[in-house]
Design a protein around this ligand. Structure first.
Ligand code: PMP
Length: 316
């Protein structure tokens, strides 16, 4: 669906997946005016399909749009478009426990603009793809490299919203890490170069003496919907959870570390390497806290656990 600066999006339509037409002088191609979201649809054992907290993605896109000077669809329009797209592709939602349908909503400045200013027209579109595990390791632990040269975000920048440019800036660090045998990069804050921020596409949690800590949301990390959900799940399981500045020294001294995100769900961290020092966690296995939270969250998402929080939305 499309929208001019008046903020009102047209009705959506279903189109076959394929190339889209875009002006060479569109805002997204020239000035990076683009936002995306990521959420998943799961199949329940009775064959019905569940979305996990789609309104949260709609709200995050609206917040990001404000930062990027773009109009965004209302929460209702966003969720309706997600439902319509998933139902049209329901045969691609894998059976329970075999993966999920990844849903990628995109909002781009599609109108032509030459001087630096917001585009005069916007396009909102959604595409989907069935997915398995994000990391090839699956629930097995991943190995992270703490990045010392590159930063993902700076105070006052766009690190807190899901804009496309944030991901272009991490490609080089991620490529370097992968070439050296790591699964991904763990970024530090750009001011003190000492506090954890997040991984390229997920948030990070540190467990010490059964207390779970995670970097606070203050504009330079993405407020993950899985992060928010895991905090509530952990509190419900009786854990103490702290949202605060977590230093790199603390992560190197932790009992257990894990990442959260729509794609990675809950992924345990097997090792972290910082300035040549490698620390291993969880006895090369999946840490107990990661395992417990993974199991709680995935069972909820797949409809195997009673949804007391009202987080899942049934589609059919
Ligand atoms: N941080 C970044 C940079 C991400 O791209 C993602 C994935 N959206 C996350 C964290 C996790 O967010 P969520 O749990 O909403 O997927």
């Amino acid at each position: 669906m499309k929208c001019t600066q008046n903020g009102i999006f047209t009705e959506g339509e279903l189109l076959r997946y394929g190339p889209i037409e875009l002006s060479p002088s569109s805002g997204v191609l020239n000035y990076g005016q683009g936002l995306f979201e990521g959420l998943k649809a799961y199949r329940k054992e009775d064959g019905s399909i569940l979305l996990f907290r789609p309104e949260e993605n709609a709200l995050r896109m609206r917040k990001g749009a404000e930062r990027m000077c773009m109009p965004a669809p209302s929460v209702e329009k966003f969720v309706d478009a997600v439902k319509l797209t998933v139902l049209a592709n329901k045969r691609w939602v894998p059976p329970t426990g075999k993966g999920s349908l990844y849903i990628r909503p995109l909002l781009i400045g599609s109108g032509a603009v030459l001087g630096l200013s917001p585009a005069p027209e916007y396009t909102f579109l959604i595409f989907v793809s069935p997915v398995g595990n994000y990391f090839k390791e699956g629930l097995a632990p991943v190995n992270l490299l703490v990045e010392n040269e590159f930063h993902r975000a700076a105070p006052g920048g766009t690190g807190g919203v899901k804009t496309i440019g944030n991901y272009a800036s991490v490609l080089k660090a991620q490529k370097k890490a992968k070439e050296n045998g790591f699964s991904d990069v763990l970024y530090l804050d750009s001011t003190h170069k000492k506090y954890l921020e997040e991984v390229s596409s997920c948030n990070i949690f540190v467990v010490k003496n059964k207390v779970i800590s995670t970097p606070e949301v203050k504009g330079t990390i993405l407020p993950g919907i899985t992060r928010k959900s895991i905090i509530d799940v952990a509190l419900g399981q009786g854990y103490q959870v702290e949202e605060r500045a977590v230093s790199v020294d603390e992560v190197l001294d932790a009992d257990e570390v894990f990442c959260t995100g729509t794609a990675v769900v809950v992924t345990p961290v097997g090792s972290i390497t910082f300035l040549g020092r490698r620390v291993e966690y969880g006895n090369k296995g999946v840490g107990a806290v990661s395992q417990e939270l993974y199991s709680e969250l995935t069972r909820l998402q797949m409809g195997l656990l009673e949804d007391k929080m009202g987080w899942t939305m049934k589609l059919n």
